[in-house]
Design a protein around this ligand. Structure first.
Ligand SMILES: C[S@@+](CC[C@H](N)C(=O)[O-])C[C@H]1O[C@@H](n2cnc3c(N)ncnc32)[C@H](O)[C@@H]1O
Length: 278
């Protein structure tokens, strides 16, 4: 099992956190010095790609975040879910934004490895602190049992309320078998709730096979020292794996076909969004 060292992937969390802040999706408290530095280094290449109609990293990151938001908001509006666990939350502002939007109608758990969780605790401290309905937890998404497992976090939630697990910017760091095993763990942990949803971004091989994408991959690899895994070539293969892992109702959404204001279509075409139900 290839298991990337977390230090090799957390720099991207700082960068993405700053993109959300710089593009008006987040609060200044989430902006870190490493994130600002990486944003400054990559902003000019991103702008250039965007101007010539090629996918920019910023475009892809903003599209995936927005579409996951929309899926969650729809499931909340439909009364299907009112508890959310964002696994590998990094510097995502979603928990804070949802707290602002929904108050205590939604319970939001931001889970990450200890170092990144400590960052989030500091940030939330500056934004009024953690609350019973908006808190952080330590998690290791790759363990089956024990206090840092998804199973243990789900056990702390209300079993009568529909619950969603979210991963963003995590899955493509794991190889095929590690990814499928993690999805199985999520499906089993969600079994105790009346509704169990899973939302994630997923980069597919076939969406990133053309030569233009080399420029895009270069941006990615510029600050990801570990290898990025494109475990599935097609949506059909990803869907089959999710069904096999315990999510019988799975859709793979193409963000680029959605009518979302100001979305960069070229960037949005590079990523899919998983909307799965157990
Ligand atoms: C690339 S960042 C993505 C963070 C955020 N979701 C985003 O979109 O920017 C990857 C995150 O995964 C976390 N991570 C890495 N390995 C993990 C694991 N085994 N379990 C839980 N989180 C993990 C890192 O700490 C980091 O916050």
């Amino acid at each position: 099992m290839a298991r990337p060292h977390p230090e090799t992937i957390s720099p991207t969390a700082h960068y993405t956190g700053f993109v959300w802040y710089a593009r008006g999706q987040s609060h200044e408290a989430f902006a870190t010095a490493p994130g600002r530095l990486m944003y400054r280094l990559l902003h000019a290449p991103n702008q250039l790609l965007h101007r010539v109609g090629l996918p920019s990293l910023e475009g892809m990151l903003l599209a995936r975040h927005r579409v996951i938001d929309l899926q969650l908001q729809r499931a909340i509006a439909a009364g299907e879910i009112s508890q959310i666990i964002e696994v590998a939350a990094g510097l995502s502002p979603r928990g804070w934004r949802f707290r602002e939007q929904y108050g205590d109608a939604i319970t939001y758990v931001e889970a990450d490895l200890p170092g990144m969780r400590a960052n989030k605790q500091r940030i939330l401290g500056a934004l009024g602190g953690e609350r019973p309905h908006h808190r952080t937890e330590e998690i290791d998404a790759l363990v089956d049992t024990g206090p840092t497992s998804i199973e243990a976090i789900c056990a702390t939630l209300d079993p009568t309320r529909g619950t969603a697990i979210v991963t963003e910017g995590l899955v493509n760091y794991f190889d095929h078998d590690t990814t499928v095993a993690m999805w199985g763990r999520f499906a089993r942990a969600l079994a105790r709730f009346p509704h169990g949803h899973y939302y994630s971004d997923l980069v597919l091989g076939d969406d990133n096979a053309d030569p233009f994408v080399r420029s895009f991959s270069w941006l990615l690899s510029a600050f990801v020292r570990g290898r990025v895994h494109l475990q599935f070539d097609t949506s059909t293969k990803a869907e089959a794996a999710l069904v096999g892992a315990g999510f019988p109702t799975t859709r793979i959404i193409d963000p680029s076909v959605l009518d979302i204001p100001e979305m960069e279509r070229a960037g949005a075409r590079r990523v899919k969004i998983v909307a799965a139900r157990r």
